[in-house]
Structures are given as structure tokens and as C-alpha cells.
Write a new protein. Structure first.
Length: 298
């Protein structure tokens, strides 16, 4: 059985075809047309080209930066705004004459890492993407848990837990609320906080280089970041108690995160005990597109 996964992003569309055991058979990336009809045409052409090249047909799953509303069947919350308000799965399904499965790209990330990635074999996996923004997804037994409202895993748009007095009303999120987790634990939030305390950096990598040089301002910023990340993940553990947490996005490449987290999590998890594995992803930027293919794993 061949499974095709598509990562539908704002600037590029990527297709990967996987074999029965998850081996990669084919991959292609093209620019994203920034309008709906063109996007449908590009998706259709990518699938047809892959099948012609490989001489076989397969299932199709798509990861999008939004969700398909379970109430209307239309895409919503996508920052690729031209797909909002359209029945993407139905429209593409008619063109390709098959069922199309669509899921949030963070949920696809969680599925990928749960099926054959860093959390392979774990029952409940919480997949976190901490990069420019902050997203998350939930996979249960290798399948997406989208929830009744289609927003399962939207962890980044909850308030930062156990806020300090000097943290209240200090950030504004694009979602319209203040003090969202995203504004503190994303890479963008890390840089914002460092600069707000007197630093001058454009990227998290710059700050981490300063940490290694012993810069006191950078070290203090990283300590604040780690405490906020621990609080945010402890909140998830208290509610969901996942079997593993997998980190993705640019901040997941900061190796110093992983040895520091266990002790910090125990400070906030109920009962003071916590052995939840928090691990870096296996497939990097390919995890989302692989997870879209694995939407057809069962």
C-alpha cells in the first residue's frame, strides 16, 4: 500500500509517498499558489505526477495550518487564508476520485513521531512545535485526536500557567488574547523576552551562543524560558499525562533544553513526581508531511 502525504504550507507544497514500512518512495516540493483554485490544481497535479512516476495509486492525506470544521466541513483558522471557508477535502476528493483526509499540521507532526518517529509505539503522544509560533497536536495509538471541535492540541493559545506578577498582561497574541503560551515559549517569544530585558538579538541561536559564552543576560533569559516551558508542559501532563512529549520546530534543536527539563517539570506536576519523556523529533521538517501520509495508517 502506498500512502501519499502533502504538507500544504503558505509558501510551499510538499508531497511525499511512503511504502508499506514507511520507506520514502518519492518526494517533490513546489511553490504554493496563493489562491484556492490554483492550490487545488497544484495538489491534483502533484498526486497524479507521483502516481504516474511510481506506477501505482495510493491514499492521500494533507496537513494544513488550520483545521476542517466538524460543524461546517470548511477549513478555518488557516494562516494560508485563501483555503479558509472551503471544503478542501471534498473538492480535492472529487478531482482525485477518492477520500482525502485532512488534519492540522501539528497533529500530523504528532502522528508522524508516534507511528515511526521519536515516540514510536507510545500510546498517547503530545507533539509540540516551538518555532516562529507555537503549536501542538495529540496522537492516540498513532491516530490524530482532533476533538469534537476540531481543535485538539491548541495548547499554545492558552494562558501561560502559574504566571508571575511581572508576566501578567505583558504580551499580545495574534489570536486576540494576552499572555498566550505561544508568546512566551516560541522562538519569537524567547527573542522578544531577551530583548525586553536589554538584549539585542534576532534569533534564538544568537542568544544560545551568548549563553555558551557565559553572557549573564542571555543565561537569565534562557532560565526564564526553561521555567516557562516547564510550566506549560506540566500543565499538559496534569491534564493529559501523555506517554511522551516530542518537540519540533527551531527551539527543539537547542540541546540544552533536554537535560534541564526533567527537574523543572517535577516542580510543577501534581505530586512532585514526573518521568514523562520529553525528546527531540526524529524526522525534523519532514515530520509533518510524513504524518499526513500516516493519516491512513489505520
Amino acid at each position: 500500500m502506498m500512502r501519499m502525504g502533502i504538507d500544504l504550507g503558505g509558501t510551499k507544497i510538499e508531497l511525499v509517498a511512503l511504502g508499506e514500512e514507511g520507506e520514502e518512495l518519492y518526494r517533490k516540493r513546489v511553490p504554493t499558489p496563493r489562491e484556492y483554485e490554483g492550490t487545488l490544481q497544484t495538489l491534483t497535479a502533484l498526486v497524479q505526477e507521483a502516481e504516474a512516476e511510481l506506477g501505482m495509486s495510493g491514499t492521500v492525506g494533507i496537513g494544513i495550518p488550520g483545521v476542517v470544521s466538524p460543524f461546517t466541513g470548511l477549513v478555518k483558522n488557516a494562516n494560508s487564508t485563501w483555503i479558509n471557508g472551503h471544503p478542501l477535502d471534498k473538492d480535492l476528493g472529487q478531482r482525485l476520485n477518492r477520500e482525502i483526509r485532512v488534519a492540522n499540521d501539528a497533529n500530523c507532526f504528532a502522528v508522524s513521531e508516534a507511528v515511526d518517529g521519536a515516540a514510536a509505539g507510545k500510546g498517547v503522544v503530545f507533539g509540540v512545535i516551538i518555532g516562529t509560533g507555537c503549536g501542538a497536536g495529540v496522537a492516540i495509538n498513532g491516530r490524530v485526536h482532533a476533538g469534537g471541535n476540531g481543535i485538539g492540541g491548541e495548547w499554545g493559545h492558552n494562558p501561560l500557567p502559574w504566571m508571575r506578577a511581572d508576566e501578567f498582561n505583558t504580551t499580545q497574541c495574534f489570536c486576540g488574547n494576552a499572555d498566550c503560551i505561544e508568546t512566551f515559549v516560541s522562538g519569537t517569544g524567547f527573542v522578544r523576552d531577551f530583548n525586553a530585558h536589554g538584549g539585542n538579538a534576532k534569533t534564538g541561536n544568537e542568544i544560545m551562543a551568548l549563553v555558551e559564552q557565559g553572557d549573564e543576560l542571555a543565561i537569565a533569559a534562557f532560565e526564564r524560558y526553561m521555567d516557562r516551558l516547564a510550566r506549560s508542559l506540566a500543565h499538559v501532563i496534569n491534564v493529559l499525562d501523555p506517554d511522551a512529549i516530542v518537540l519540533g520546530g527551531g527551539m527543539s534543536n537547542v540541546e540544552a533544553i533536554y537535560p534541564k527539563l526533567p527537574a523543572l517539570l517535577r516542580k510543577y506536576v501534581l505530586g512532585g513526581e514526573c518521568d514523562t519523556p520529553v525528546v527531540p523529533n526524529r524526522f525534523g521538517c519532514s515530520s509533518g508531511v510524513r504524518g499526513a501520509a500516516w493519516l491512513w495508517s489505520k
